[in-house]
Design a protein around this ligand. Structure first.
Ligand code: NOJ
Length: 757
């Protein structure tokens, strides 16, 4: 009897201990505050407003913000910047409210604060996680110097549909690379100390699957199997959470027919119970209210749904502010649910040091010391050079000689307004270096003649839609024929032509989906005419997404893909065009031949009827009018030198569960200049219980090799790298054969096999 009691006590002690271990320790300062708070004060903390100082991404902007702060009805603000303005806002909260709780000040610092660096899709092409972290660290230093301590970044949505304009804001199509980028960015923003004055709370977004919007149309529905979600789309969000991200943003789309902001499976079962996330969740811009249009009820109903699902903060819509009390009175929600959300918001304030010092980020001496410094601009230039991808280089047209006679043409060659890229509201287009300026800076001895050659688009309707944040597409007063003629004459009088073509800044980004993702016809005509001159032509291609360029890719040209490079655009492009930096970027998205192939990505499955590679076959999985293969594969990117891969070796031919395996190859720089190469490892799980992708990226290593140099390059596959989510959503590996492919892109052929026992 005594023994039985004894063991029962032990068991109950064990369970209590486990429960305790799972729960985050409560923060005494926060608990003390909560004790004092009224219901209204708690609800006030859940309200995030914007006075409309920044870029409003919805049709609503908050009203009477000052009065609401003073009345304790606001937990945070965005669209307010500058230590003085932030101090003023904090003073309203601190001096005029009973409990003196400071505000969280947020912002979208997506690719640099004032020192804008390449759009995230471009930066991901560096495959350089140290540099990515440095970039985020610089952004945090600048933003915090300007009063902001909460960043709506990183955006880690996997995107496999380049029609979707927001593909520009993420790291592309691959969950493995996307997870590495997510982790590096969170680390860069937060640096393990949220209270340091130069770090900020990161916010992983948009949970979840926002990048899988149907037909590539922004905000559209998403419907996806759990197996696909877990294996292909969720890993980057989880990586950010594992890296300690302080907050998360729910997405606009629905998941299993319930919009993310009201989706309990997502916000509680997955996020809290499965992933152990202990930060707070903010909605996207009015996404709670948007559940009305989704068809889920009135504002009171959708706000209650969101709170009960696990949403903590309501961005701009004020549904929480105006309806939660009523819902509580009607028994539709509990006070505990409000308290839990409020606790999470207050904990973030505590962690960022605001409860200690509301003016921690309001040091007026900082902007001058920390923002747009020479050092920061140098980093932005370096980051841009690393983001460029040399898609082709016919006859080694690039790099150019610094004394060359160059026709620098195209609508983006001297277009300051289009250098920063989408989502750079804190950047200043006036500070951007144009390509024309960059060429003059880097190659002062070159003879450069410049002509616009074409409008970005000749269509005034498109121009109107794109020019929402300022003039991006300027339709010239001169006729398209005159523009083209001028460029052709400049080309004929030069040794070489550089044509800077592609998309204007706002042709990608939020609410900028396109059904035709080719280079606009006005510019295609220019490219054709330039090539017809017989002069060597290098295209510098600017865009926020993969484009369909089958015609241009066939031409005898060089193509340097530069995305939107940021404030140092012109200098960085000149660095690469003139060979001061040898390009090393690799695509993080597959480039389709046509829109009809979308979605297209490298980790595609085989199907039960795989098509032959070289021809059409009836009753096989192929098209009548296109090949299956993309125009340019994931991972592709050339260099001014060449690399040879050989000698693949595995540390073992057989391993057991729990063990790792090392893959080693010999890489030789066989060209005439030093260069960097991103060695990529793809893995095929030959037989498993659910249909496997043909191959998946599972490792990479960026290495520098002097000309003529050889190196052994190793990549270790961990136990986890062999795992996948099975039909029961368990993360497992299964015994059997695995094939490893190592090479310069996702078509890598150097291969070896091993067995998992
Ligand atoms: C809407 C966007 O979807 C989101 O990414 C952004 O953070 C918010 N607007 C706030 O600007």
């Amino acid at each position: 009897m005594l023994r039985k009691n004894h063991s029962a006590i032990l068991v109950s002690f064990f369970f209590t201990a486990c429960l305790w271990a799972q729960q985050k320790d409560k923060i005494p300062e926060v608990e003390a505050l909560l004790e004092k708070m009224t219901l209204e004060e708690k609800i006030g903390q859940l309200n995030l407003l914007t006075p409309g100082g920044g870029v409003a991404t919805g049709s609503v902007v908050s009203k009477n913000v000052e009065e609401k702060i003073k009345a304790g009805k606001v937990g945070g603000l965005f669209g307010v910047a500058g230590p003085d303005r932030v101090r003023m806002a904090q003073e309203l909260a601190v001096n005029d409210t009973r409990l003196k709780i400071p505000l969280l000040i947020g912002s979208d610092v997506i690719h640099g604060y004032k020192t804008t660096y390449p759009i995230p899709l471009g930066l991901s092409c560096s495959w350089d996680m140290d540099l990515t972290e440095q970039a985020a660290r610089m952004a945090a230093k600048e933003a915090t110097a300007d009063g902001i301590m909460w960043n709506f970044s990183p955006m880690v949505d996997i995107a496999r549909d380049p029609r979707w304009g927001r593909i520009a804001e993420g790291a592309g199509e691959d969950p493995y690379l996307g997870s590495a980028v997510a982790k590096a960015m969170v680390k860069g923003y937060q640096q393990n100390d949220l209270a340091a004055p130069n770090t900020m709370l990161a916010c992983v977004k948009h949970l979840v699957l926002y990048g899988a919007a149907e037909a590539g149309r922004d905000y559209h529905s998403v419907d996806m199997s759990r197996v696909k979600m877990f294996n292909q789309y969720l890993p980057p969000y989880q990586a950010a959470i594992d890296a300690g991200v302080a907050s998360a943003m729910s997405s606009f789309n629905d998941i299993d027919a319930i919009p993310a902001s009201g989706n309990k499976w997502l916000l509680t079962d997955l996020l809290r119970d499965r992933w152990n996330f202990d930060g707070f969740v903010v909605s996207d811009y009015t996404s709670v209210n948007e559940m009305i249009a989704h068809g889920l009820g009135d504002l009171q109903a959708v706000s209650a749904l969101a709170l009960k699902a696990g949403l903590d903060m309501d961005m701009v819509g004020e549904g929480f502010l105006t309806t939660l009390k009523k819902s509580l009175e009607e028994g539709k929600i509990t006070e505990e649910e409000i308290t839990v959300a409020c606790r999470r918001v207050l904990e973030a304030k505590y962690l960022s040091g605001l409860l200690d010092d509301p003016y921690r980020y309001s040091d007026e001496s900082r902007p001058e010391k920390d923002i747009l410094t020479e050092e920061n601009r140098a980093l932005a230039r370096k980051l841009a050079t690393r983001s460029f991808v040399l898609l082709k280089n016919h006859n080694q047209i690039l790099p150019l000689k610094k004394e060359a006679k160059i026709a620098l043409v195209g609508p983006l060659a001297d277009s300051r307004n289009n250098m920063l890229g989408t989502w750079a509201p804190t950047g200043d287009t006036k500070l951007a270096v144009t390509i024309l300026e960059g060429f003059k800076n880097v190659a002062p001895d070159a003879t450069i003649s410049h002509a616009k050659g074409a409008n970005i688009s000749d269509d005034p309707e498109i121009a109107k839609k794109v020019n929402v944040f300022g003039s991006r597409i300027e339709i010239d007063e001169r006729s398209p024929e005159t523009l083209l003629q001028e460029a052709v004459e400049a080309a004929k009088a030069s040794d070489v032509v550089v044509a800077v073509v592609g998309e204007a800044t706002e042709m990608s980004g939020e609410a900028a989906s396109r059904t035709d993702i080719s280079i606009p016809e006005s510019q295609k005509k220019l490219i054709r005419a330039l090539v017809e001159t017989g002069k060597p032509v290098a295209l510098v291609l600017m865009s926020g997404r993969p484009l369909t360029i089958p015609e241009e890719f066939e031409m005898p040209v060089a193509i340097l893909q530069v995305w939107h490079p940021g404030v140092e655009a012109g200098n960085a492009i000149a660095d690469v065009v003139f060979g001061d930096y040898n390009p090393s970027g690799k695509l993080t998205t597959t480039w389709p031949r046509s829109v009809g192939q979308i979605p297209i990505y490298h980790s595609v499955k085989n199907t039960g009827r795989p098509a032959p590679e070289d021809r059409f076959q009836k009753f096989k999985s192929n098209y009548l009018d296109s090949e299956n293969t993309p125009l340019i594969p994931f991972g592709h990117g050339l260099s001014y030198t060449t690399f040879e891969y050989s000698d693949i070796k595995l540390s073992n031919s057989e391993i057991s569960q729990g063990e790792s395996i090392e893959v080693t190859i010999t890489l030789k720089n066989t060209g005439n200049v030093d260069g960097e190469e991103v060695v990529q490892l793809y893995l095929q799980d030959v037989v498993r219980s659910i249909t496997p992708p043909k191959r998946q990226l599972k490792g990479f290593n960026k290495v520098m090799l002097k000309k003529g140099e050889s190196k052994q390059v190793s990549i270790t596959l961990s136990d986890d790298d062999l795992k996948f989510y099975n039909s029961d959503l368990e993360f497992v590996s299964e015994p059997g054969e695995f094939k490893v492919y190592v090479g310069t892109d996702s078509n890598a052929t150097l291969s070896q096999s091993f067995t998992l026992k």
